[in-house]
Design a protein around this ligand. Structure first.
Ligand SMILES: Nc1ncnc2c1ncn2[C@@H]1O[C@H](COP(=O)(O)OP(=O)(O)OP(=O)(O)O)[C@@H](O)[C@H]1O
Ligand code: SF4
Ligand SMILES: [Mg+2]
Length: 338
């Protein structure tokens, strides 16, 4: 039975773990365990955007799918709107689904190709028993909001570009007027010019509907202007979380610093002058993560202790949490840069 937790943040995730059975190899028939999410905790407050950023395979989509209960977490707690749902039955969760929605990573695969746009956008309203007149009104309103045309309603997904498909996916998610939307890399499959357009549209929707977003991206620059807070993930764990300013101007974890250094700066003089931190090698397999700090095999600050003791995610008292034995001095940076 779902436990009720009154007040507090809209979404509360604690010690979330998701383990998959890995594939055996030719030499080793026994299946390994892949810990895709290895103990992740965060809150999402009403009306805010929390972004989760990290390289491919670090567990972002798995986290999103556990939070929306598309996947059942192996352990840990997920509290949505005061209700603990991590192990609840789909029947218990169904009434809550009106209040949270998910936009999927791939705009080409996530829409049913046999349905018209009108059918796709109306579907969740029909499932939740809305009257026909209200369905029509809501669908028309959301189509306008997403800068689609009324005549698009009778067309099929394959007749649209990637950007338009993503707008249809977002329309489908917001037509229910939810409180919370998870967006799994909503723009990464799109051209840069279309990315900006969609991001701007999402900001408009957030303002008009008071939505909270959990936004997923693999590039820090994509979510820079839309995030209130950012969590940086590496190999199944959050290594740094803070406000937009703390992450982009006062980053403390070597991995965040490396990701920021990899993002291009439009001004060529600034680009030439800045210090480059090169991220070497690939992300290790989550089936066999490094001992101690999971980032140690690629870290430019690594020392002996890093392979022996796992650094905990610590909040030094300024709402900025970092998991590193040798973090950049947050308070000193604040003094220097404010
Ligand atoms: N159903 C599954 N079965 C087995 N392993 C899985 C499954 N889903 C994900 N994984 C593994 O879990 C890890 C995390 O995957 P996930 O899709 O969450 O990463 P991601 O951060 O979203 O990556 P990307 O940026 O490429 O979308 C990967 O190693 C992936 O291969
Ligand atoms: S704990 Fe060590 S290896 Fe890990 S990020 Fe910090 S300095 Fe690098
Ligand atoms: Mg993903």
């Amino acid at each position: 039975m779902a436990a009720q937790v009154m007040g507090g943040p809209l979404v509360q995730v604690r010690d979330l773990v998701k383990t998959f059975a890995g594939r055996g190899t030719v030499l080793r028939k026994s299946k390994s365990q892949v810990q895709a999410v290895a103990g992740v905790s965060f809150d999402v407050l009403a009306g805010e955007t929390l972004s989760i950023v990290g390289e491919s395979g670090c567990g972002k989509s798995t986290t999103a799918r556990c939070v929306t209960r598309i996947l059942k977490p192996t352990s840990g707690s997920v509290v949505l709107f005061g209700t603990e749902i991590s192990q609840s039955s789909q029947e218990t969760i169904r009434p809550l689904r009106r209040q949270f929605q998910m936009v999927f990573q791939d705009p080409y695969a996530s829409l049913n190709s046999t349905m018209t746009v009108e059918e796709i956008i109306s579907e969740p309203l029909i499932v939740h028993g809305f009257p026909a007149l209200e369905i029509k009104e809501r669908v028309l309103a959301v189509v306008q909001q997403m800068h689609l045309h009324k005549s698009d309603l009778t067309r099929f997904p394959h007749q649209f570009s990637g950007g338009q498909r993503q707008r249809i996916g977002i329309a489908r998610a917001v037509v229910m007027q939810p409180k919370f939307v998870v967006l799994d890399e909503p723009v990464s499959a799109l051209d840069v010019s279309i990315q900006a357009d969609i991001i701007q549209m999402l900001e408009g929707l957030q303002e008009s509907l008071g939505l909270a977003f959990l936004m997923i991206a693999h590039d820090l620059s994509v979510v820079r202007h839309v995030s209130d807070r950012v969590a940086v993930m590496y190999l199944g764990k959050i290594v740094e979380i803070g406000t937009n300013k703390q992450i982009y101007e006062q980053s403390s974890h070597p991995y965040t610093q490396a990701l920021l250094a990899a993002a291009p700066i439009p001004d060529p003089r600034v680009e030439r002058a800045r210090q480059r931190i090169i991220l070497k090698g690939d992300v290790p397999s989550p089936a066999n993560p490094p001992s101690g700090c999971r980032f140690r095999t690629r870290c430019f600050k690594v020392q002996d202790i890093c392979s022996q003791v796992e650094p905990l995610l610590i909040d030094p008292g300024v709402g900025h949490q970092v998991a590193c034995h040798f973090p950049e001095e947050i308070n000193l940076i604040t003094k220097r840069r404010v």
